[in-house]
Design a protein. Structure first.
Length: 237
């Protein structure tokens, strides 16, 4: 399942080089335009105003539950997210861990608040126009991925441009620090790939290699060194 950035954006029925690479590797791609996406009228677009990770997360979880019911005997679904979609993917992986096996994040951030704290004035202005700036009394609130990281069981790869002008790379570095503090093992349970480039790293100078690496990750996961044991989901009582 691929989650677009924005959130005021949408997937369109057009050629997508990365999706074509996934399809060529035998991976089916589902690219939903959940609430908050553009192209479906003002109510759909404004559905998450002031509530990032609210109605849109509900939509994603509804889709994956329905999809999982039709995939009996198959492995859990894999997640891919870009920017806002990477933030939404973190929330989905944390709020319904049993439904996901692998997760690839491109230029993620942890929460609207954490992004607002480090963003440029232009990005702060965008957040505030979206109702995702500092919380006001009585206003709707956005979810924070920091609060559900401990629930995630999906293996994870994070990619971020060192010169990202929209979501600073320190958001991925903070995510790495939090995962390590939770006992995740780097290059076994997750990997952080910092590369030269800005916000759209898959279309940058390293884009071709990054796309190949992500396809390999979705096909085979992170391959542990000889003798290492990967992190297993905790069994439910």
């Amino acid at each position: 399942m691929a989650l677009h950035g924005g959130p005021a954006a949408s997937w369109k029925l057009e050629f997508n080089p990365f999706f074509q690479r996934l399809a060529a590797a035998g991976i089916a791609v589902l690219a939903p335009n959940q609430r908050g996406s553009t192209g479906y009228g003002p109510d759909h677009r404004a559905g998450i105003r002031g509530a990032w990770g609210g109605p849109d997360l509900d939509d994603i979880l509804h889709i994956v539950r329905s999809l999982t019911g039709q995939r009996r005997g198959l492995p859990p679904v894999m997640l891919y997210g870009e920017s806002y979609g990477a933030y939404l993917a973190l929330l989905a992986a944390g709020h319904a861990p049993a439904y996901w096996s692998r997760c690839a994040l491109i230029s993620p951030f942890l929460s609207a608040r954490s992004l607002h704290d480090v963003a440029t004035p232009a990005v702060r202005s965008f957040l505030e126009r979206q109702g995702a700036g500092p919380a006001r009394r009585g206003a709707r609130t956005s979810r924070a991925a920091e609060e559900c990281l401990h629930e995630i069981t999906a293996q994870m790869v994070i990619c971020h441009g060192l010169q990202d002008e929209v979501v600073p790379v320190n958001q991925s570095q903070e995510l790495r620090s939090r995962l390590l503090a939770l006992g995740w093992r780097e290059d076994l349970d997750f990997a952080l790939r910092e590369v030269r480039g800005g916000h759209n790293v898959l279309s940058g100078s390293n884009g071709h290699q990054l796309q190949e690496d992500l396809v390999s990750f979705f096909v085979a996961g992170l391959e542990p060194p000889t003798g290492a044991v990967s992190k297993e989901p905790e069994e439910e009582n």
